[in-house]
Design a protein around this ligand. Structure first.
Ligand SMILES: [Fe+2]
Length: 385
């Protein structure tokens, strides 16, 4: 037996197994983790820099058969372990807060990421946050990020119709993600467009820039003027589409997750080509990203024998992505910034009559990592306050 048996009954208990330490959480679930994992994550000031919290311990130097000499729970609930390190005994203390955050082994991940509420067209409800609140009140910013995590979309209302206001909003939410195109994208009908967005034709629901290895995580679409007839905003939850295909047609879902597909976007100053999958799963098997852009997809390179299966899957995927079962349609009034999680929610617009009135939008992008970062900092601040 590697670890001293020390069973405490009830919540926050502890037990021991050969080469592993198990803790019981408040919901009485047992999490059994390997000694090397515990030792690697020792929070002490020798193993982690006390200020930066970066790891100082060299993980690969931990012997695979590391022995724990003692393991016990202190009265305050923290876990105390002594190790038989090669260089001599080492002590690790894991606080209750640390155990709550990290001391869990992975249960089978859900197909849909934690915290997200997938929606069909019938279930859609657009959450709105006033621009005035968002720009000065951190609680409003948290409400916006709550909506982005849950629904993948939110609207900011009452935004001043000034040039580049969308950039100021972007900087409030996170940092502008610059791409090879302009930092601030102008969308209006133009005589010589590089992109179908800058015409007045219908724009089928799509995700932006699937040609990037990491497409921008959030799109901000600021309606400065919208007096033209038509041009309603369309949105669809791509995760809902992917989940439904996984349930209804597992074979098609597999094809979408495995087939390499290329997208290409060009302008006078950029030519970006990227190959990825239409549906990307994370390392746990949860849906991480969908890509869909009928207009930017390139010829698929596959053995001829696989093309039928690919097109069967792609047909099902594409039809759902533009279907009224999934796509919602509404008019975005001037002053609205529609924000979408671009790895999940598709956007588009209906055709409009460019002669009937001005229609002018400005776009900016963020990375979702930065959105989550700002959220974590604000939540920490709320806890500390
Ligand atoms: Fe777009």
């Amino acid at each position: 037996m590697n670890v001293v048996m020390n069973m405490i009954s009830g919540a926050k208990g502890l037990t021991s197994l050969e080469g592993r330490i198990a803790v019981v959480d408040a919901r009485h679930q047992i999490h059994t983790l390997h000694n090397v994992w515990w030792r690697d994550n020792c929070p002490c000031a020798t193993c982690r820099h006390p200020l930066t919290r970066e790891r100082l311990l060299f993980s690969a130097g931990i012997p695979a058969d590391l022995r724990a000499v003692t393991a016990s729970r202190n009265d305050d609930g923290s876990l105390y372990v002594t190790w038989a390190d090669r260089e001599g005994p080492h002590e690790s203390r894991y606080s209750v807060a640390w155990l709550d955050e990290h001391g869990q082994d992975a249960f089978p991940a859900p197909l849909v990421p934690y915290g997200s509420t997938l929606w069909s067209a019938a279930e859609f409800e657009l959450k709105r946050v006033p621009w005035r609140d968002l720009m000065q009140d951190d609680e409003a910013l948290l409400a916006w990020s709550d909506a982005m995590i849950a629904d993948g979309v939110a609207a900011i209302t009452g935004t001043p119709g000034e040039h580049a206001e969308v950039e100021r909003v972007a900087e409030r939410l996170a940092h502008v993600r610059e791409t090879a195109y302009d930092r601030l994208h102008e969308v209006r009908s133009e005589p010589d467009p590089y992109n179908v967005a800058n015409t007045d034709v219908e724009l089928m629901t799509h995700t932006d820039m699937p040609n990037y290895a990491q497409p921008p995580g959030v799109q901000l679409l600021h309606f400065i003027e919208n007096a033209a007839t038509g041009g309603e905003t369309t949105l669809a939850d791509g995760f809902a589409v992917a989940r439904d295909i996984a349930q209804d047609s597992p074979e098609a879902f597999k094809v979408l997750c495995e087939t390499p597909v290329s997208f290409r976007m060009t302008s006078q100053k950029a030519d970006i080509v990227g190959t990825s999958r239409l549906v990307t799963l994370d390392s746990q098997g949860s849906i991480e990203m969908v890509r869909f852009s009928n207009q930017l997809m390139q010829p698929v390179r596959l053995p001829g024998s696989e093309l039928t299966a690919f097109y069967d899957a792609y047909r099902e995927y594409s039809r759902r992505m533009v279907s009224s079962d999934y796509v919602v349609r509404f008019r975005s009034e001037p002053g609205t910034v529609v924000t979408t999680h671009n790895h999940r929610v598709l956007h588009g617009r209906q055709a409009f009559d460019a002669m009937s009135g001005p229609r002018h939008l400005q776009l900016s992008y963020l990375d979702f990592d930065d959105v989550l970062s700002r959220r974590r900092i604000l939540l920490e601040g709320r806890k500390a306050g």
